[in-house]
Design a protein. Structure first.
Length: 188
């Protein structure tokens, strides 16, 4: 089931990843203001590549999972905003993946609903993120399918904590493995 973002959520203060229509990451920045009535956000930084009426893709790191939107850059008075709407054409997967290539830390494992903090957190490289999960690279054989964990993401100087479950993995070589994970929503 595809998670549909709710435009009535307040995204003020959240981090937003902005991509061009080809999926190239332009910037990660904060949402300064979210006008829910006009369904638009004002961000701290509009990438210089985007001009008024340009379309873009947005991935807002909201809780409990990220939300994705299409966007169009608009000028209101002297300010630039991004008008948000749903209906993005998706790839064949349930949720489009957005490349991030940034460090992250797994600091706890979740076993039978109980969170166990790790004495030595696992440093990983976040490869991509979607509304339904993440793919990351970690030291060889760090996790197994079914492992649940808490991951700390730091994107654009914004910390985001999420929980996820390993659904598949692939060994890259004898020092690293890639892990595909789905986000867990508290209470499920």
């Amino acid at each position: 089931m595809v998670k549909v973002a709710v435009l009535s959520n307040d995204f003020t203060g959240h981090t937003v990843l902005i991509y061009d229509m080809d999926g190239n990451h332009l910037t990660s920045t904060g949402v300064r203001n979210h006008d829910r009535g006009a369904q638009q956000i004002q961000v701290n930084t509009i990438p210089e590549q985007l001009k008024v009426n340009d379309k873009c893709k947005l991935l807002i790191l909201s809780s409990p999972t990220p939300c994705e939107f299409m966007g169009i850059v608009k000028r209101v008075g002297g300010n630039l905003f991004i008008a948000m709407f749903q209906g993005q054409e998706k790839e064949s997967r349930a949720a489009a993946r957005y490349p991030v290539n940034t460090p992250a830390i797994i600091d706890a494992l979740i076993v039978e609903g109980i969170t166990h903090n790790l004495q030595t957190p696992v440093k990983v490289t976040l490869i991509n993120i979607s509304t339904s999960g993440v793919r990351f690279r970690a030291p060889y054989y760090s996790f197994e399918s079914g492992d649940e964990f808490r991951i700390q993401l730091v994107i654009s100087n914004s910390n985001k904590e999420m929980t996820a479950k390993v659904v598949n993995f692939m060994d890259i070589n004898d020092t690293a493995s890639d892990y595909g994970c789905k986000f867990l929503i508290t209470g499920q």
